[in-house]
Design a protein around this ligand. Sequence first.
Ligand SMILES: Cc1cc2nc3c(=O)[nH]c(=O)nc-3n(C[C@H](O)[C@H](O)[C@H](O)COP(=O)(O)OP(=O)(O)OC[C@H]3O[C@@H](n4cnc5c(N)ncnc54)[C@H](O)[C@@H]3O)c2cc1C
Length: 398
Amino acid sequence: MPRLCQTDGLSEDQTEILKAVRQFVDEQIIPVAQELEHNDEYPQEIIDGLKELGVFGLTIPEEFGGLGESLLTYALVVEEIARGWMSVSGVINTHFIVAYMLVQHGTQEQKEKYLPRMATGEVRGAFSMSEPGLGSDVSAVSTKATRADDGSYSITGQKMWLTNGATSTLVAVLTKTDEGADSVYKNMTTFLVEKEAGFGETAQGVTVPGKIDKMGYKGVETTELILEDHRIGADQVLGGEPGKGFFQMMDGVEVGRVNVAARACGLAWRGFELGIAYAQQRKTFGKAIAEHQAVLFRLAEMATKVEVAHTMMVKAARLKDTGQRMDVEAGMAKMVASEYANEVVEDSFRIHGGYGYSKEYEIERLMREVKFMLIGEGTSDIQKMIIGRSLLKDYQLR
Ligand SMILES: Cc1cc2nc3c(=O)[nH]c(=O)nc-3n(C[C@H](O)[C@H](O)[C@H](O)COP(=O)(O)OP(=O)(O)OC[C@H]3O[C@@H](n4cnc5c(N)ncnc54)[C@H](O)[C@@H]3O)c2cc1C
């Protein structure tokens, strides 16, 4: 029985969902992940299986055809999936964020138009803030949406690093708009850009050039997105009102942070499992390496980090589910989980000795994948800025 990453107080439904996902991961993901990753092959069969399990509609309200589950359920599902193969959790992550933003900020028409088809996975979401010249500093967005006399918009600019950029058919794109506000943050608007799946010109004025070749996070594609005088109606402004894009995106990124924390937890968990198994098989100086105290202590530290990260991730998700503020907790969970995952995976790599450097061993893949956890949804430096600034407000001297 797994002892790590157990969560108290789950409902029967949550327990059943997690059991089904764990079985799917053990039977359908782990056995094929290595080969698909090395070939940088899209995991179509796995994605079809996840659609059948209802994962694409997990958090979409029941009235729109989803399962109406909580952020906690979603995060625990993501942790399980990332334990099998982190890239697969990336396929559902941007979809989940776009669905969340629609539920929170979309107009009733937008919800009715997209959420039922997102719940089945027919419409797939990507979200796009980053550009070649910016990632952390979202306020520097230069992609511009200009309003025409008839109220419609024309968007021109270059976007970068779109996870699911080719397989998605609905992209939440952050642009600069001129609302005449004195704050840069109030002059930004999120558009719901529809396109075909695939590469090349996928809609009028919307081009997805090709796949960015990455260190890890293979299988799932990451792309650029070129917008050249893309004509789009005012009804595609998220929430129907321009000038709110920055705040909508930050709300999406906040739940995205819990999501990346959960992915990091899954990677750390798997790293530990691989390490503790290998440490009992490999013998040096007449005994299993697990019996050398240095290795045993390493395993103990790894397991402790896995537990700390899991606990903080669960806390952040639960706060969100009860409607409480969780900016600090989400930032802490993301930072701790990603940094610990990096350390745990490296420790497991060290336990594997030379074999950890061989592509035959799973830990080699985890070593490359875990690096992305340090970057996605904000680096640790950015988390520290968010945590620190928020705490200064809470602990302001009177
Ligand atoms: C594989 C992959 C997939 C991605 N998917 C998406 C996606 O789907 N959608 C999307 O919009 N984006 C996506 N991104 C972009 C990602 O969010 C950014 O890469 C990330 O936010 C960091 O931004 P940057 O790369 O521009 O680094 P920069 O912002 O240039 O930062 C460079 C370094 O400077 C540090 N730094 C920056 N500012 C400060 C500061 N104020 N104080 C201290 N240190 C600072 C950073 O911590 C970092 O170490 C993806 C990126 C990758 C690699």
